[in-house]
Design a protein around this ligand. Structure first.
Ligand code: SF4
Length: 357
């Protein structure tokens, strides 16, 4: 199963991806200019590539499919009716397409889809529209509703979809979705997000996405990091670190379980830097990892600083156990038992400067 991975405009990373080109299905990145259209929180400078950097680094990856991330939950309301801004976004995509070839955009906000289409920009019929992971497609009905609406636009049908991450832990439901998609169009690839590390069926998810989009409008200060620490997922994992095992990640060594129902693996973590991404890509290409499982996960960074979960000690039965249980955890002690056998609390330490590079 090939990988779809984030792209960061770093020359060393571009060389690394070129060396692994035979394992890659696609790369994706946010637009380098214009209004923010992707779903990532801005907590540090340099998260969005600059055009100059893209030019020097993308040229060696011409043969790999490229997608623009426009997966914000929403845009400032005025943008939907502002033809100048919307056409400017599409002009930027058209320029990138001319230089490097852009296969499509990844999008979760259907209002934005309609607004972009209504510009009548020439690039629209050249772009696939891929529903983002935050569109949370978890049933054939939801997906076909998306396809129906997409059919009224000039965008192309996607050649890949990423089902909601929760299906990673429900192979029967995933197989049903996969069968429905392949019956509809056998050429659509199904990719599974493997390393997000969020709470299973996260009850904070929609509010979290909305708060990120709100702060990206510039109308409110970014506060999701603090909210998650005090009230959200980090607070929950602090109380119940073993609950992380329920998170719908896919370990590198468990990919084979999805053979026949999925076609590829998607990795995230573009704000975690080059070193993190290289570690993830190596592990998922080799399909094994003997380090701290949390070091492969995008979101539970604080948990990773506190805990070491020895991936090899989780055992060969891990996949079967976690995909066949009821997920009604109160009376069940299984995750807490596996966690105590495979994990230990780390000494509190500071990150070395190099880790931030
Ligand atoms: S039901 Fe048991 S095995 Fe399943 S996620 Fe909950 S604690 Fe883990």
């Amino acid at each position: 199963m090939k990988l779809s991975v984030p792209f960061i405009p770093d020359e060393g990373y571009a060389r690394f991806l070129t060396r692994h080109a035979s394992s890659l299905s696609s790369i994706y990145f946010a637009l380098p200019s214009g209004p923010i259209t992707d779903a990532r929180v801005r907590i540090a400078q340099g998260l969005v590539p600059e055009t100059r950097d893209l030019s020097t680094t993308l040229s060696s990856l011409k043969a790999i499919d490229k997608y623009i991330l426009m997966n914000t939950r929403f845009m400032p309301p005025g943008v939907y009716a502002n033809n100048t801004i919307l056409s400017g976004i599409l002009d930027d995509i058209a320029r990138l397409d001319k230089k490097f070839g852009i296969k499509g955009i990844v999008l979760s906000d259907m209002y934005l889809l309609q607004a972009l289409d209504q510009t009548e920009h020439d690039i629209v019929p050249c772009l696939e529209l891929v529903p983002g992971i935050n569109a949370m497609q978890d049933t054939p009905e939801k997906l076909f509703s998306f396809f129906e609406l997409l059919g009224f636009s000039r965008f192309k049908k996607p050649t890949r979809i990423i089902p909601d991450r929760a299906l990673n832990r429900n192979p029967e439901k995933l197989a049903l979705l996969s069968k429905a998609v392949k019956t509809y169009d056998p050429d659509i690839r199904i990719e599974l997000l493997a390393n997000e590390g969020c709470i299973y069926q996260c009850p904070f998810k929609l509010s979290h996405d909305a708060h990120i989009s709100l702060s990206n409008t510039g109308l409110a200060r970014e506060s999701t990091f603090r909210m998650n620490q005090n009230l959200g997922c980090q607070a929950y994992f602090n109380l119940s670190p073993h609950a992380f095992l329920k998170s719908p990640f896919i370990r590198p060594g468990d990919i084979h379980h999805y053979q026949g129902i999925a076609d590829g693996i998607k990795l995230c973590g573009r704000t975690r830097g080059v070193r993190f991404l290289k570690t993830c890509i190596r592990a998922y290409v080799k399909r094994c990892f003997d380090g701290n499982l949390l070091d492969l996960m995008d979101t539970p960074e604080i948990l990773a600083r506190q805990w070491h979960i020895d991936n090899t000690r989780l055992g060969a039965q891990f996949f079967t156990t976690l995909t066949s249980c009821t997920k009604r955890c109160k009376p069940c002690k299984i995750c807490s038992k596996i966690f105590s056998q495979a994990s230990w609390k780390k000494e509190i330490g500071f990150k070395s400067y190099k880790e931030f590079q």
